[in-house]
Design a protein around this ligand. Structure first.
Ligand code: SF4
Length: 409
């Protein structure tokens, strides 16, 4: 069995909730979330973004519900959305109630901003009556002032205490259909808070590094926090918070889960060598062109772009499909076996064509259809390149003889 199939399969057990038809926690596949940046009152604009987010990998989408027109917009968005909609609520209880009236499948409440006990209980009661789950969304930057003071700052214990108090209010009205987040913009604080939350609650956890900023730093911070916790078996649903088009958030979330083997691949996995002095082609340009040409076609395969035929096909033999640059040619290979040699300017087009056929016909059929002269042509190219560049640029045999004579003498 592949190590990727086993290494991250031990997850902390949590109870399961449902956001519309999407299960969260309790062993359900880890879900990807993102949030729209449009005005929620702009129904068509918001729906367009929701469809883009769903296509990029979002399983759940959150929209702000900050004013009456936003709630009215939600009433029209919910029935036309391809994924369940969660309303984001901060200061106003009436917005939470209006969002429930709009038919949203989930609420997010920030306990630091919606503070009155009777209002929190009212929302919980109404959510309970409609079987709508709530995320208790604690944020280090907007912690309740009393808790901040009691703990001397936004500590992991303070974040978890905020969630615990909110849960206690919910429990008073018999509501427990909850997931929890304890986000911070500091990665170490976020990791410590989630570890504590995981040890404290049995509810599913929504992971995120908040206000991570623009890519690439924002992506790195999000990945550092989320992946660390996922590797420990913590987390049931995730969101990257990037200062970027939210499609980037959804794509990153999906790609992270696929890279960790926590979700089945549904699109391209492009790998490429970092290039070096042996490269026979501009690897960055070819890899970028291949990514642009192949991504989004729903081809769930691994494709390799390698800069030279000397090492490329061997190093990427695990890839389903790949191309390695030779002398003004590209060696197309499937599972390390050369199946075709094409002119350099047709490398990307050949990759796309073969990728489509590979997905349609399967690996065995495409290996059987290999060009019979390809292996011999590739071997000749490889030999010529080795002659030119030298297999032993370090003059190893001379050096080894010198080392031996020193050690033995
Ligand atoms: S595949 Fe070839 S070009 Fe790419 S890093 Fe390896 S040796 Fe260098």
């Amino acid at each position: 069995m592949d190590v990727a199939d086993t290494v991250l399969t031990t997850r902390r057990s949590t109870r399961q909730i449902h956001v519309g038809p999407v299960a969260v926690g309790g062993g359900a596949p880890i879900t990807v979330q993102s949030m729209t940046t449009t005005k929620t009152a702009d129904v068509e604009g918001t729906l367009t973004q929701i469809y883009d987010l769903a296509a990029a990998g979002a399983d759940l989408v959150r929209c702000t519900c900050n004013e009456g027109p936003a709630a009215e917009g939600l009433a029209q968005i919910v029935p036309r959305s391809p994924v369940p909609i969660i309303a984001d609520i901060h200061f106003h209880v009436e917005m939470a109630l209006a969002a429930l009236d709009a038919g949203v499948q989930g609420l997010r409440l920030n306990p630091g901003n919606l503070r009155k006990e009777h209002e929190i209980k009212l929302v919980a009661q109404e959510a309970k009556d409609r079987s709508v789950p709530i995320r208790i969304g604690v944020n280090a930057g907007s912690l309740h002032p009393d808790i901040y003071e009691r703990f001397g700052g936004a500590t992991p214990e303070a974040l978890v205490e905020s969630a615990r108090l909110e849960l206690a209010y919910f429990a008073d009205v018999g509501f427990d259909d909850v997931k929890i987040s304890v986000k911070a913009s500091s990665v170490p604080l976020m990791i410590a808070a989630y570890r504590l939350a995981s040890a404290t609650f049995e509810h599913p956890l929504h992971l995120g590094v908040t206000e991570a900023g623009p890519p690439p730093a924002g992506l790195l911070k999000g990945t550092a926090g989320i992946a660390t916790l996922l590797a420990e078996g913590i987390g049931d649903t995730i969101r990257y918070s990037l200062t970027a088009d939210p499609v980037e958030e959804a794509r990153a979330g999906r790609q992270l889960l696929e890279a960790l083997g926590l979700r089945e691949r549904k699109d391209l996995d492009l790998i490429a060598c970092p290039s070096c002095g042996r490269a026979e082609v501009d690897v960055i340009a070819v890899a970028t062109a291949a990514q642009a040409a192949l991504e989004g076609r729903g081809l769930p395969i691994q494709v390799a772009v390698m800069g030279c035929v000397v090492n490329g096909p061997g190093e990427a033999r695990h890839a389903d499909l790949g191309i390695a640059a030779g002398k003004k040619k590209g060696h197309l290979f499937i599972k390390g076996k050369i199946v075709r040699v094409v002119p350099e300017d047709q490398m990307v087009a050949a990759l796309v064509e073969e990728a489509e056929r590979l997905v349609a016909d399967g690996i065995e059929a495409r290996l059987a259809a290999a060009d019979e002269s390809a292996e011999a042509e590739a071997a000749a190219d490889r030999a010529e390149l080795l002659d030119e560049k030298g297999l032993d640029a370090n003059h190893s045999s001379t050096r080894i003889a010198k080392i031996r004579s020193r050690l033995e003498g």
